[in-house]
Design a protein around this ligand. Structure first.
Ligand SMILES: Nc1ncnc2c1ncn2[C@@H]1O[C@H](COP(=O)(O)OP(=O)(O)OP(=O)(O)O)[C@@H](O)[C@H]1O
Length: 351
């Protein structure tokens, strides 16, 4: 029996992930720390650059990949998680890396199409894109429907150019990833690192909606866990809508979200207030500390900044389910860590 974050003390550690050890006040390591992977959760992993957010997310990903009944999916904007598939010294993690993830065009509603292409729905071209998205289900069909329009040629030309831009991203495909394709037992890593912010957001939105809808419509049995690194990138664009839906309504259909960001002040307030587990690495920026302090739970007696850790891999965990706070050291990765900063000394060693 151990303490399991999100579940409570004296809990069984089945369907729980081993993420590290408690950290005593003198810095020594204590008992093992587990996180509940059985029920749905919204987790937020925050911390200044280089203090271990991606590493911690990788540890969670490794644990999810080896947990039954869940369908873990990572949206990987830095290309740091494909190493999950490389295996470790003595253990392998079942992982499937999708290097060019695609989604279907109809996951975006007409308004989102306009915002994705930077068009005002009130403009001539925006209105045409809106109508095309409303009437059709693929990018091809959207392009064709523009040609049949009797709108002014200048508007049609502008709309055509924007649709052409969307086609050049190569992220829309009528056979794009759906809930079924994403709900395997292995962890699916979607490498979006080669994409600009707009198509990256479109993919994230499509994946979030596909997983959520598949559970609401009872088309998949396993409980999806969507892990998103650099989450602030997605609260700036069209992905935001899907992430908000999961944060506010994901619990009932059993969809979990793990967001990692170095800028908690740049993810929405919803992301902070709806998270039931907050894992905080070192943070120093005034704005970020304020964003977290504003959502600081009433059971937290002292200020959060007084408790924040100082070294990479050290965390403070605020568990809303059990209303407890824990100081811990995140365990080492079993698969290679794909993030981290390059060092000039490593280059010299190679020469
Ligand atoms: N739990 C840990 N145990 C040991 N070392 C760690 C741990 N977590 C992080 N580190 C070390 O810190 C380095 C930086 O970690 P990581 O790449 O996860 O930072 P980050 O906060 O995600 O940074 P960025 O914002 O640049 O992505 C790692 O390469 C690793 O050397």
């Amino acid at each position: 029996m151990s303490f399991v974050i999100g579940r409570g003390s004296d809990a069984e550690t089945v369907q729980a992930g081993h993420v590290g050890q408690y950290r005593a006040l003198d810095g020594s390591e204590g008992a093992d720390l587990y996180v509940d992977l059985d029920g749905p959760h919204a987790m937020l992993v925050v911390g200044k650059r280089g203090y271990g957010k991606s590493f911690t997310m990788g540890v969670l990903a490794e644990e999810l990949a080896r947990t039954s009944g869940v369908a873990p999916v990572v949206v990987d904007p830095m290309g740091a998680f494909s190493t999950l598939a490389d295996g470790g010294d003595d253990e392998t993690v079942p992982a499937d890396v999708v290097e060019t993830p695609t989604i279907t065009a109809d996951v975006l509603d007409p308004r989102s199409w306009c915002s994705l292409l930077g068009l005002s729905p009130e403009s001539g071209a925006g209105g045409l894109v809106w109508e095309a998205a409303q009437r059709t289900h693929s990018l091809e069909a959207m392009a064709e429907s523009l040609e049949a329009s009797d709108a002014p040629e200048a508007d049609v030309r502008a709309a055509r150019n924007h649709i052409r831009l969307a086609r050049s991203w190569d992220v829309f495909d009528p056979d794009g990833l759906d809930g079924a394709a994403l709900s395997g037992t292995e962890i699916t890593v979607l490498d979006v690192s080669g994409l600009d912010s707009a198509p990256m957001n479109a993919v994230c939105r499509g994946i979030g909606e596909a997983l959520y809808r598949a559970r609401v419509d009872e088309r998949i049995d396993r409980l999806p866990w969507l892990l998103i690194d650099e989450a602030h990138t997605f609260f700036d664009g069209v992905a935001q809508q899907a992430l908000r839906t999961i944060l506010t309504r994901g619990r009932a259909p059993g969809v979990s979200l793990v967001l990692a960001t170095q800028r908690p002040s740049a993810v929405s307030e919803t992301a902070i207030s709806q998270s039931d587990v907050l894992i905080s690495h070192r943070l120093t920026s005034e704005a970020d500390l304020e964003a977290l302090s504003a959502a600081q739970p009433t059971y937290m007696n002292e200020s959060l900044d007084d408790r924040l850790p100082t070294d990479p891999g050290e965390v403070v965990v605020i568990d809303d389910a059990t209303e407890t706070i824990h100081a811990a050291q995140v365990r080492l990765r079993k698969t290679p860590h794909g993030g981290g900063s390059p060092s000039a000394r490593d280059v010299v060693d190679l020469e």
